[in-house]
Design a protein around this ligand. Structure first.
Ligand code: ADP
Ligand code: MG
Length: 343
């Protein structure tokens, strides 16, 4: 399209960049045709359904302008793999739309793309998927990146948000609040903690670890699952609304890392904000009570902490809060801010 073309980078540059930086990431998938055709052609494994998801990250919103470009590559793919994980899917391929600041033209763009694609390469090697297409345009605005990720799932096995039942036990992988604290450190809002703890938290913000292996193992075990992108309470709230249930969680049981504990106070009021912090990309899932022992086995096999922190209850009815947080004394705690919202 001519109008589209006018906004693209000039002349042959764009194609040279695609050949140099993006085509190597497509080498493992023959159906990507080396990024030389109009679109990719994939062959679904028999008995599988296609799972598709798309996430955009914007400079100043999802990452900081001073984040290393390699970590931005990790993040844009990781947040999408996290959605595939939350559905129980096995990653297969992804498409990348990159709106790159026109002011970077020349060597700065080359440097940036080299590091950015190294981040993509690391994550796609770890999770065995390939780049199969995308779009590259210049923008007069901020850096904006969109990935569409595709995965396969045995037919009918999708992990939905809607299957939780009263009595189900709630689990969460890893630890909660690290990424939010990492962001607070980078923005100068959090001054506490030693250098190691602070570096760990910043890394958790910049390089999410999507729980891809866990997601696939949960299909058939968990009745509902979601990944934590906007905050534990907000995302658990989505499970509750989709399942027409409520949830009660115990603040003390929500897993908090040693690094996080090194930067926050010991009071309940210090821990509460962690429940509303986003960007952790852990999985929250509901398991029937009689199958909780299987979760402990799974945690051992995956070498990943899976912590029981709450229970699904009957629907909250007319009450505003679907997720009830209880403190040490059994008292109900309230949050001013329940999670991240764009609008
Ligand atoms: P058109 O606009 O005519 O569709 P493009 O110049 O956008 O063609 O893309 C040419 C080829 O390069 C296509 O196969 C496209 O999927 C691929 N491509 C373009 N940009 C990217 C990117 N950022 N990542 C991966 N593949 C890309
Ligand atoms: Mg195009």
């Amino acid at each position: 399209m001519a109008a589209d073309r006018a906004s693209n980078t000039d002349g042959g540059d764009e194609f040279a960049l695609i050949a140099r930086y993006f085509a190597p990431l497509a080498a493992a998938e023959p159906g990507a045709f080396g990024l030389g055709d109009d679109a990719a052609v994939l062959t679904p494994p028999s008995g599988c359904q296609l799972v598709a998801t798309c996430d955009t990250i914007v400079e100043g919103v999802h990452f900081r302008a001073d984040d290393p470009p390699e970590s931005i590559g990790v993040k844009v793919l990781a947040v999408n793999l996290s959605d595939l994980a939350a559905m129980g899917a096995r990653p297969a391929a992804y498409l990348l739309s990159a709106a790159l600041p026109s002011a970077w033209r020349g060597q700065p763009l080359d440097n940036w793309l080299g590091a950015f694609t190294a981040g993509l390469a690391a994550l796609q090697t770890e999770h065995q998927l390939a780049l199969i297409g995308g779009d590259t345009v210049a923008t007069g605005d901020r850096l904006c990146l969109t990935v569409t990720a595709l995965g396969w799932l045995a037919s009918g096995q999708a992990l939905r948000r809607s299957g939780a039942r009263p009595g189900d036990r709630l689990f969460v992988s890893g630890s909660i609040g690290d990424a939010g604290l990492g962001l607070a450190i980078l923005s100068g809002r959090l001054q506490h903690g030693g250098a190691d703890a602070r570096a760990t938290l910043v890394d958790r913000y910049r390089r999410p670890r999507p729980r891809v292996g866990l997601g696939q193992r949960l299909s058939g075990l968990a009745r509902a699952a979601i990944d934590v992108s906007d905050g534990l309470i907000a995302d658990l709230g989505h499970i509750c609304r989709q399942s027409a249930v409520g949830a009660t969680i115990w603040l003390e049981r929500v897993p908090v890392s040693a690094a996080a504990l090194a930067t926050i106070g010991a009071d309940e009021t210090d821990r509460m904000p962690l429940l509303a912090m986003g960007d952790d990309y852990e999985l929250v899932f509901a398991v029937p009570r009689e199958r909780v022992a299987e979760v402990a086995v799974l945690a051992g096999e995956l070498s990943l902490p899976l912590t029981e922190f709450g229970v699904i209850t009957a629907a909250a009815g007319a009450r505003q809060t679907v997720v009830t947080v209880l403190g040490r004394g059994g008292q109900e705690l309230s949050l001013d801010r329940r999670g991240y919202r764009h609008f």
